[in-house]
Ligand binder design. Sequence first.
Ligand code: AMP
Length: 397
Amino acid sequence: MKILVLNCGSSSLKYQLFDMDGESVLAKGLVERIGIAGSRVKHNKGNADAVVRETDIADHTAAIKIVLDLLLDGSTGVLKSLDELSAVGHRVVHGGEKNDRSVLVSDKVIRDIEECIYLAPLHNPANLMGIRAMQTALPNVPNVAVFDTAFHQTMPPKAYLYGIPYKYYEEDKVRRYSFHGTSHAFVSARAADILGRPIESLRLITCHLGNGSSLAAIQGGRSIDSSLGMGTTPGVLMGTRCGDVDISVVLYLMDKVGNVGKVSDILHKESGLLGISGVSSDLRDVEEAAAKGNVRAELAADILCTSVKKYIASYAAVMGGVDAIVFTAGIGENSDVTRREVTKGLEYMGVKLDAAKNTGLHGKEAIISADDSPVKILVVPTNEELMIARDTERLTK
Ligand code: AMP
């Protein structure tokens, strides 16, 4: 069964074509600057070098046509006919409260995604463009929507409600949703496999640390708390997003800057590692500057690690303990320094890192806790695309 996975942004489209027999990636690529001058597509067939084509791409429908042509082309392609394509899985950022799992796209599902646009104004419209473009290009191929929010819909009200008048929840569904659900679901299931224990018996804390970051408390395979919120700024320090800040800071900035859009830009695009360090939003640059003695870069990395540590301890408290801590995404998978600093000082709760196993480990699955550590520490590379492909296969087989 061949499944195409699409992740559409407002001016971009990432894709991967899976052969589900063996779960291999046949081709993948990225279309950039859709609707903007300088559009281009970068396509990889298997492990071959990328092919880059620069051509005008007016909209997502045009982008999808180019992708399908590349998949069929004699030199870049991996399909003889589009009939080989069994289904398309779409990453959809917000499913609201109605969607607690992946679904086969129908008119009603499209209306539900539209209804959530006010909760994800940048992402849901782009995700819908991808779905509609695919429906136009291949009307007989089923589409599946896989929501970033769905996995966290198991959070209880005590975790998802904010301490504001209840009517805002009732009338406007103002609440914590959190995101990266597909990643948290993937790495928690994989961690249980690696540990050889049923996920139902485990208390896990998954740390998805990348440009955007979130932690989740996962008890018995269900997300019971997660650090992003109604939006994508709360929780731990991120590349350019602020993490938890006191509302007074927001009100102060509103007063000082006097413009909602500008304050939103400050908190989403100018804060985090970039805002503190003044160097970069990329942790590699920040770590490099810190190593050369840049005090603000050192501080930014320190704030990131401390914020992650605080969430780990609070989620352990909520679950009455923790069996394993799982690191994933760009930082979690690659930064041994971050993993070391985050776990340092948590020995009191049974977290003992094995320095030798941790040091130099990049992007590979491993248990990095000491053999006698009561709490296991794991690195599990995330694979949201594969998770989307699996859900798509399950719902369309
Ligand atoms: P993601 O959003 O998951 O792609 O993660 C991006 C983040 O991972 C950026 O902050 C990168 O600096 C960070 N990252 C990737 N590789 C490394 C590395 N080898 N060491 C430290 N950070 C890394």
